[in-house]
Design a protein around this ligand. Structure first.
Ligand SMILES: Nc1ncnc2c1ncn2[C@@H]1O[C@H](COP(=O)(O)OP(=O)(O)OP(=O)(O)O)[C@@H](O)[C@H]1O
Ligand SMILES: [Mg+2]
Length: 492
């Protein structure tokens, strides 16, 4: 350390120490580190290489300065290169007459790029090497001299700590965000209520898929519990300690879906102000739930197929391939087989998604479960509101069983929640349920498609509720998200 008494070196070390405390964004931090190093040595070009288990070569080049991608790539990849040597030996290299240096003068990239001086140092943490800082100059010797070496080593040690710090901070932040999203969500298997034989079959299938990574396609009408099942598979399986990411495929424009799912490179489009990882990267080693998969465009379908086939993604605006390990669970309430016939859904993608297929029965096919479900929701909402409702009158239960539930379990749940609010005695009566039987006949116009029935139904309720989306979604027992999407799709 005695050598570090020149002012620029001290300034650089002070600056890097400050950066450790202030810059928590790793992209900005790496830029800063490189900038300080280049300034201090009056070098023209440089990059930072970080080890990574997400790329086939085991590292990624970050924040390069005044180098084209292919120049940086040559410098980093060629086995004769200085960078490779520093990676291997974890020792710094300094050379200020490279062309005449017997150690490197023959290296192709050095000759081709006419490099005059090079400084390359490993980024070392106590126990391991996390990457390399590479600097060079084409025109002059710059301030590369033997005294630079101890400075660079000290500098790289500080930088390594700063980088690790920022990485830890970022992963904590991601995890925190994810935990906040997940907290208070019910994810136990025990949350799925049902005694009907069809439900027992369902539990069997779920049990069988828990230990595998096979893709699961969940089909079922709105409100039948598709998301509930997806969560149950994740939280009871081997990936339960890793993220569960849910993504709703409808209602977003393609370009947004793409950058959300796959991430983007800084400058890939207007508004892409920094590099951003996508949800697939965030879900690495966890489960990805693609809701309403039938609404994806062909373009996104093709990219998704690549994730399923190769476990590979590319951020928008980048050529680099990244590996991700995600289990895919998808859900649809469309008949995907029809979409395949119509040519709007890729058949090969369908087979990849559908390794295991789960079909959720609508409530009308398991009427016998209605009392059980009704009591389950009654417990849930009375516990929340601390009132002393004890149960349902016989008439109320009969009413629930006889109703035709287009919105399935979600609609039943909303009905009970409302009844708990409305009830004036300690038993919920039929009138408290406020179910409208007049409109509740099964549609006999058999020539209508399911879509058309839905469209007409939504339109009717929307009108009755004066266009209020929140109320309409409550009455129909569907999510606001879904309703808004349909309204847009059908221009209601
Ligand atoms: N078998 C069940 N037992 C208990 N609750 C259920 C069951 N099925 C669904 N629910 C509840 O009904 C509501 C709707 O379920 P979920 O969101 O999983 O349905 P979905 O099929 O994804 O609906 P959509 O098609 O509208 O997205 C949730 O509050 C869920 O907890
Ligand atoms: Mg859903």
């Amino acid at each position: 350390m005695e050598n570090i008494n020149a002012n620029p070196s001290l300034t650089a070390l002070t600056e890097i120490a400050q950066s450790i405390n202030t810059i928590q964004d790793s992209v900005r931090l790496l830029e800063k580190i490189l900038e300080i190093a280049l300034d201090t040595l009056a070098a023209e070009r440089g990059f930072i290489l970080l080890n990574s288990d997400k790329t086939p070569e085991g590292f990624e080049i970050k924040s390069s300065r005044n180098l084209t991608d292919s120049q940086a790539s040559d410098l980093a990849h060629l086995s004769t290169s200085v960078v490779q040597q520093v990676q291997k030996n974890a020792e710094p290299v300094l050379s200020f007459e490279v062309q005449n240096d017997p150690r490197y003068g023959q290296a192709e990239s050095i000759v081709v790029q006419k490099i005059q001086s090079i400084a390359c140092v490993p980024l070392l943490l106590k126990t391991r090497q996390i990457g390399v800082i590479y600097l060079d100059s084409l025109t002059k010797r710059s301030k590369f001299n033997p005294e630079s070496l101890p400075f660079l080593t000290a500098f790289a040690n500080q930088a390594a700590i700063a980088i690790e710090n920022a990485r830890l901070y970022e992963s904590l932040r991601d995890e925190n965000r994810h935990l906040r999203q997940e907290v208070q969500r019910t994810h136990g298997f025990s949350e799925i209520i049902g005694q009907h034989p069809k439900m027992h079959q369902l539990f069997d299938v779920i049990h069988r898929v828990l230990e595998s990574d096979a893709s699961v396609l969940i089909e079922g009408e709105s409100g039948t519990g598709k998301e509930l099942v997806a969560r149950a598979i994740h939280y009871n399986g081997e990936r339960k300690d890793k993220p569960f990411m849910a993504f709703f495929c409808g209602s977003l424009p393609d370009s947004l879906i793409e950058s959300e799912l796959f991430g983007h490179k800084k400058g890939a489009f207007t508004g892409a102000v920094s590099d951003k990882h996508g949800l697939f990267e965030a879900a690495d080693r966890g489960t990805f739930f693609l809701d309403e998969i039938g609404d994806l465009s062909q373009q996104i379908q093709t990219k998704l197929l690549r994730v399923l086939q190769e476990g590979e993604i590319k951020r928008v605006g980048e050529t680099q391939i990244r590996k991700v390990d995600v289990r895919i669970i998808s859900a649809t309430n469309k008949f995907l087989r029809e979409s395949i016939k119509e040519g709007t859904f890729r058949e090969d993608l369908f087979y990849r998604l559908n390794t295991i297929s789960i079909t959720l029965p609508p409530l009308r096919e398991r009427n016998s479960d209605i009392p059980l479900l009704a009591h389950h929701f009654l417990d849930k909402y009375t516990a929340k509101r601390k009132n002393n409702i004890k149960g349902f009158t016989a008439e109320a239960l009969a009413t629930l069983k006889n109703f035709n539930w287009p919105g399935n379990v979600r609609e039943l749940e909303n009905t009970i929640e409302r009844a708990v609010l409305m009830s004036k005695s300690n038993m919920i009566a039929a009138a408290d349920l406020m179910l409208n039987f007049e409109d509740n006949v099964e549609n006999t116009e058999t020539e209508l498609t399911l879509n058309e029935i839905q469209r007409r139904g939504i339109q009717k309720v929307l009108q009755a509720q004066n266009g209020n989306i929140t109320e309409t979604s409550r009455v129909l027992g569907v999510s606001r998200r879904w309703l808004q999407y349909r309204i847009k799709e059908w221009q209601l």
